[in-house]
Design a protein around this ligand. Structure first.
Ligand SMILES: Cc1cc2nc3c(=O)[nH]c(=O)nc-3n(C[C@H](O)[C@H](O)[C@H](O)COP(=O)(O)OP(=O)(O)OC[C@H]3O[C@@H](n4cnc5c(N)ncnc54)[C@H](O)[C@@H]3O)c2cc1C
Ligand SMILES: *[C@@H]1O[C@H](CO)[C@@H](O)[C@H](O)[C@H]1NC(C)=O
Ligand SMILES: *[C@@H]1O[C@H](CO)[C@@H](O)[C@H](O)[C@H]1NC(C)=O
Ligand SMILES: *[C@@H]1O[C@H](CO)[C@@H](O)[C@H](O)[C@H]1NC(C)=O
Ligand SMILES: *[C@@H]1O[C@H](CO)[C@@H](O)[C@H](O)[C@H]1NC(C)=O
Ligand SMILES: *[C@@H]1O[C@H](CO)[C@@H](O)[C@H](O)[C@H]1NC(C)=O
Ligand SMILES: *[C@@H]1O[C@H](CO)[C@@H](O)[C@H](O)[C@H]1NC(C)=O
Length: 509
């Protein structure tokens, strides 16, 4: 036995031992002709990783391994059981909606296809059809302002399109809204705007690109622009929304192709291959690595790359942003609130506990006593730093100001998830800031040294942030890597070495 073979035996033994130690499902690594453990390591078992694996599988490549830190597949498709004993429901702490469905002739959201295939239970939701408005004085009707804010938002997407046609520069979505004459000042206007903007992008108009947010809206919701439709379906499935991706995975993945409870610590790469080391010390080598880590994970260096990623890649990673979207769930002995699907609460402070959804409703969970409120962006980061009790007190204060004449008891159950501080996510989904150039985005998606590939919701130019973005990107990456393997190598996705547009001041004094 030569040294290399011995080291491989030691490595395999250590993998087997590691499996015994921490309970990985034992992967059956089949050495490749190039001497690597496996042809493709897919890092992360969310929608992108699973669909990338399915593409490889469909193209006849079975020698891959999905490495996932959590104890199940699904990633940000994540359900949990909520409620007092005897009154529990399965709810979603991560994604909840199929956004943009389509039953006519146009393109169909692939997540909607999966939902139909795997029989997901879901209910249509629509704030425009079913909304009650409040402020800190209680119930007050400002639906006129709410609809006006919606019109102003659409006007902004139209004006952004006209800018693109004239190749005018991008600005913040705030600048855009001001330019179309929407300048929210009152709490009612701010809350109404929040529903149409922040609740979608998980960041403020100031933090977001005007053009990219308009494209984001159009490509998913605007049928005339190639979008699916403006309807949304909210999963109420008691198997969890994740069921659709786990059931899809179960159709083609074998036990040997998945390693759970396995957290990646570092990735070494070169033009001839890559090796991935887990926190427990296990190392595996591969011809190709597909990273599906969230943008936030890449930004925070939760996984170390050796050598360090090239400057153009680092700049791309740090140029996009990760928003946070936080659902705060409460259960009460009984329902005392609005009968609409949604309520909007206008606080003097923008973004303070603004959007409420009652689940104790036909089509959702009647009799459950469950209601939840959503916060986003900086406000999410703020509450993640507080104790649960403090957040509960604030939320109860808001609810009591919405219902000044009702004696509201404390909730019997309370829960929210801290996405921003979770080292496996570092936020909820990506958002496109006004300073991000299209070339940056190309670089986020580009291959490094022909062997290291990047995919996930954030690499989707049309659908960043969405489940269908993760799906399409996983599919495209799986297909491209499969072709690369079949061609015995490829250059990978190209990048732009330097992105330029700065000009010194005072060239013409
Ligand atoms: C609160 C919230 C609400 C949302 N709402 C919606 C919605 O309603 N509709 C919609 O379309 N989209 C929504 N999204 C976005 C959607 O969930 C994501 O776009 C999509 O799930 C991302 O899939 P992905 O495969 O790109 O990434 P992920 O699902 O994040 O997959 C990456 C995987 O990598 C794993 N991982 C991370 N670090 C490591 C490591 N070091 N080692 C090993 N594994 C690691 C993670 O555990 C994860 O499973 C929401 C997201 C959140 C969080
Ligand atoms: C992963 O870890 C969890 C919790 O420690 C354990 O219950 C589960 O059996 C493990 N799963 C696998 C596939 O090793
Ligand atoms: C889907 O649901 C319908 C109605 O509940 C049921 O008849 C059917 O068997 C289900 N199909 C699958 C694949 O679960
Ligand atoms: C949107 O644009 C239309 C057409 O220009 C205009 O009539 C309408 O007042 C605008 N709406 C808002 C809220 O600015
Ligand atoms: C978005 O769609 C509208 C039609 O609703 C269109 O006028 C506009 O040009 C589109 N915006 C962009 C940025 O493409
Ligand atoms: C932009 O230009 C395209 C192609 O020239 C045209 O089809 C479209 O209508 C224009 N859109 C706007 C908003 O001016
Ligand atoms: C609450 O009670 C006061 C005094 O009885 C009344 O004026 C007010 O309209 C009530 N508010 C609501 C929201 O019912």
């Amino acid at each position: 036995m030569d040294g290399f073979a011995i080291s491989r035996v030691v490595q395999l033994l250590s993998i087997l031992l590691a499996c015994v130690d921490i309970g990985h499902s034992a992967p059956l690594l089949r050495r490749t002709p190039t001497g690597h453990d496996v042809q493709v390591l897919i890092l992360g078992g969310g929608v992108s990783g699973i669909i990338a694996a399915r593409s490889l599988h469909q193209k006849g490549i079975q020698n891959f391994l999905i490495v996932e830190a959590r104890e199940e597949l699904g990633g940000r498709m994540r359900s949990f059981t909520f409620g007092a004993p005897g009154r529990q429901v399965t709810l979603e702490i991560g994604c909840n909606w199929i956004q943009g469905t389509q039953l006519d002739d146009g393109p169909i959201n692939p997540i909607f296809d999966l939902a139909r295939k795997h029989n997901l239970s879901a209910t249509p939701t629509d704030g425009h059809e079913s909304m009650t408005t409040f402020d800190d004085g209680g119930s007050v009707d400002y639906l006129d302002i709410f609809y006006k804010a919606g019109d102003a938002y659409i006007n902004g997407t139209i004006a952004a399109g006209a800018r693109v046609n004239k190749t005018l520069v991008d600005t913040t979505a705030r600048t855009g809204s001001s330019l179309v004459g929407w300048k929210p000042m009152t709490p009612h206007e701010m809350a109404s705007e929040y529903y149409h903007f922040d609740w979608e992008y998980a960041q403020t108009p100031e933090q977001s690109s005007w053009i990219a947010s308009s494209w984001g809206n159009n490509y998913t919701y605007e049928v005339t622009q190639g979008g699916f439709s403006d309807s949304n379906l909210m999963s109420i499935d008691q198997r969890g929304f994740k069921h659709i991706i786990q059931a899809e995975a179960a159709e083609f993945l074998t036990d040997e192709q998945v390693m759970l409870n396995a957290t990646v610590k570092s990735i070494k790469y070169s033009k001839i291959g890559a090796s991935v080391t887990l926190v427990d010390g296990t190392t595996m080598t591969a011809d190709y690595v597909i990273s599906t880590f969230s943008l936030g994970v890449l930004q925070q260096d939760d996984v170390v790359f050796e050598p360090a990623l090239p400057e153009w890649k680092v700049e791309a990673i740090q140029s996009m942003t990760m928003g946070t979207y936080t659902k705060i769930f409460l259960q009460f002995p009984e329902k005392f609130w609005f009968d609409t699907q949604f309520a909007l609460y206008a606080d003097k402070e923008r973004g303070r506990y603004p959007i409420w959804q009652g689940m104790d409703l036909e089509g959702f969970f009647p009799g459950s006593g469950v209601i939840f409120v959503t916060v986003t962006g900086d406000y999410s980061e703020r509450i993640e730093a507080l104790e649960d009790d403090q957040v509960q007190d604030e939320v109860m204060g808001v609810l009591r100001s919405m219902y000044p004449n009702v004696t509201i008891p404390d909730p019997v159950a309370f829960h929210f998830n801290r996405w921003h501080t979770d080292p496996l996510y570092r936020g909820s989904y990506s958002n496109w800031p006004p300073s991000l150039f299209v070339d940056h985005h190309t670089n986020l998606r580009a291959t490094v040294e022909e062997r290291l590939w990047f995919t996930g919701e954030a690499t989707s130019q049309k659908y960043f942030g969405f489940l269908h973005g993760a799906y399409y990107e996983g599919e495209a990456t799986g297909d491209t890597v499969a072709k690369c393997i079949q061609d015995q190598g490829c250059a990978g996705r190209p990048h732009v070495e330097e992105i330029k547009n700065a000009r010194p001041y005072g060239l013409k004094p």
